[in-house]
Design a protein around this ligand. Structure first.
Ligand code: ADP
Ligand code: MG
Length: 602
């Protein structure tokens, strides 16, 4: 299911991270301000050794207690200043960075909503979820901490090294000895860590998918006694993830070892050498104290570089994963071709052009192999204005696919569909989806009230009256006897409704705006015979003044329609009235006999 492994091509972490700039831009002043404050704080820390030097060579050597107290006061003030500055940094970044995270998350969500259905078919939900949550938190942490401290530590190390070289350049060179091996280790480490970090983040996505599917499919899992195998899948995935995390930890331990040990050895060497120099009188005790306390003050900035690099690497892979989704092309608006289209609709005889017109429509799912047959093959179909057409076909013949083409949930491979003479690709999507209302086989309710669910496709102005009418048509009056009537919360966070109840609400949602075109994909399948009859009776009124395409399985539903089209292996093989087709078409008669494949679908 997890499809989206990055092709691990060479890429630079810096270039990837630079893509965050547009999101960081609005808070740049505060972020740079904070970095500056942190650099300042760190440099204040470096003044402390110099005060120590002054104390050792001055008041301490001269046995002047007042001078020692003064020195202590200076040290205290410097310490307080350092602490205050670091506090100020935190205060500066906290709020703007949570804003950046929220903006990026909102951007991702907005983008996901605009991506075509084909994208969502291809991507597992867990991969999307983990990008919107774990990856974005990683990014916020990166901006708050490693980004600033890589800068702060570099400056601190540079200033510290200069101070040490100025104190005593031979000792300084001893301290600098490990610099090159440490840098080489960092470069090697970065490369390796990138691969493992990416692997771990993808595995978190897979794990999220399993959790999500198990929660959504809990009834099926229990019903088929699959909880053990589901738990096993989960365990295996989490074991793999654990292995990856351990590899990450191992890498981190190695670099940490190198980064901590080498400088420590260098400090030891400098200590021995310095003591000898002081004994020989070539160096003042104060200088050695200052030198060593500067070296010790640099220990943390050097030691932390390992995990700062690790966090930056993880942030780079998180950015990569974020932009993999953001770089997908959303549904594009065709340039509005209104004028050209009007011309065609005037040229042809009006009756022929109105209603829903399929001309030579072929469709193949974008992820299907090139060699496979198209799901729909050169479909020609005309639904006259005001007419209701039933669409009948065996399971898998392409009925759902065909209905999804009208509101442009998928793009045609070739051919065209016109609504009242206007090509659907020439209309803005919004207009198209206002004209066409749909109800699908799988009635999805959102976590909102019954009323909100039904009215979700309509204008703000739609109210009680429209709601009542739609509920009546869909025979969904049960809504009034729910605990809070039509204000009752339903959906995942609300009351659970039966399949038939959900279908009727979905149907109400489709008819509430009195759409010009109505597309119903087997909307009555979960209803009992009596409710179905009642819904059909009410639907008859609605269908009287809309142009409708209804996928149907049962003769009773088919009878609602004026004509029937038979879809067989992706082609329309017959069009006629129910009775005509019953007489003349064996496949149709078989499908309608009630024992055929049609019933198997349930
Ligand atoms: N998202 C998809 N990606 C690839 N193939 C699909 C997708 N949805 C459906 N199909 C395939 O298209 C064919 C028609 O499916 P569908 O339109 O759902 O049939 P029906 O509604 O008539 O049962 C089936 O063979 C199905 O496997
Ligand atoms: Mg279907």
């Amino acid at each position: 299911m997890s499809t989206t492994r990055a092709t691990t091509k060479e890429r630079s972490a810096v270039r990837t991270l630079l893509r965050l700039w547009p999101y960081v831009r609005p808070v740049r002043v505060r972020l740079f301000g904070a970095a500056l404050v942190a650099v300042l704080a760190s440099c204040v820390g470096l003044v402390i050794p110099l005060v120590l030097k002054w104390m050792v060579d001055g008041p301490v050597a001269d046995r002047d207690p007042a001078g020692v107290w003064l020195g202590a006061l200076y040290l205290l003030l410097l310490g307080v200043a350092e602490a205050l500055l670091f506090g100020l940094r935190r205060w500066l970044v906290a709020r703007p960075l949570s804003h950046v995270e929220a903006e990026m998350r909102a951007g991702l969500f907005r983008h996901l909503q605009r991506l075509p259905v084909a994208f969502h078919d291809r991507w597992s939900s867990g991969q999307l979820l983990s990008r919107g949550t774990a990856d974005l938190s990683l990014l916020r942490m990166f901006l708050a901490f490693p980004l600033t401290f890589l800068l702060v530590n570099s400056v601190t190390i540079l200033v510290g090294v200069i101070i040490m070289l100025l104190q005593d350049w031979t000792l300084g060179l001893v301290i600098l000895g490990p610099a090159i091996p440490v840098m080489v280790t960092c470069v090697v480490f970065e490369k390796r860590y990138h691969h493992v970090a990416r692997l771990a983040q993808d595995q978190v996505g897979d794990l999220t998918t399993v959790v999500e599917e198990s929660v959504l499919g809990i009834r099926i899992i229990k019903g088929f006694g699959r909880h053990r195998s589901q738990a096993r899948t989960f365990r295996e995935l989490s074991r793999t993830l654990r292995g990856t995390e351990l590899r990450k930890a191992g890498l981190l331990a190695t670099i940490w070892g190198v980064i901590v040990t080498l400088p420590e050895v260098a400090i030891g060497a400098a200590l021995v050498l310095g003591t000898v120099q002081v004994a020989d009188g070539e160096l003042s005790a104060g200088t050695l104290v200052a030198f060593l306390s500067t070296a010790l003050a640099l220990r943390w900035p050097v030691d932390s570089i390992g995990f700062l690099l690790a966090m930056s690497q993880e942030a780079a892979t998180a950015t990569e994963r974020y932009f993999e989704v953001m770089d997908e092309t959303p549904e594009l608006e065709a340039p509005f071709r209104g004028a050209g289209n009007c011309a065609t609709s005037h040229n042809a005889p009006a009756a022929d052009n109105e209603g829903i017109h399929f001309s030579a429509v072929s469709f193949r799912y974008p992820d299907a192999p090139e060699s496979s047959l198209p799901v729909l093959d050169r479909i020609d179909l005309h639904i006259r204005p005001g007419e209701s057409m039933a669409l009948v076909g065996a399971t898998g013949s392409g009925k759902t696919t065909l209905t999804a083409l009208i509101p442009r949930l998928h793009e045609l491979t070739s051919g065209r569909i016109t609504l009242d003479g206007e090509d659907i690709t020439a209309m803005p999507r919004e207009t198209l989806r206002e004209l066409v209302a749909v109800a699908f086989e799988e009635p999805t309710l959102f976590s909102a009230s019954v009323g909100e669910n039904v009215l979700m496709g309509t204008a703000e102005s739609a109210g009680e009256r429209e709601l009542e009418r739609a509920l009546a048509v869909a025979q969904a009056d049960f809504a009034h006897s729910l605990p809070q009537g039509t204000d009752t919360q339903v959906g995942e966070q609300g009351l659970s409704l039966s399949g038939g109840q959900r279908q009727r609400l979905a149907l109400a949602r489709a008819v509430v705006g009195q759409p010009r075109f109505l597309v119903l994909d087997d909307p009555l399948s979960a209803l009992d015979v009596h409710t179905e009859a009642a819904v059909e009776a009410a639907l008859r009124h609605v269908l009287a003044d809309t142009t409708a395409l209804i996928v149907a399985h049962r003769p009773s539903t088919v009878l609602l329609a004026d004509r029937v089209a038979l879809l067989s292996d992706g082609r329309i093989t017959a069009v006629g009235t129910h009775h005509e087709l019953l007489r003349t078409n064996a496949e149709y008669a078989h499908l309608m006999s009630g024992t055929g494949e049609a019933e198997d679908e349930r």
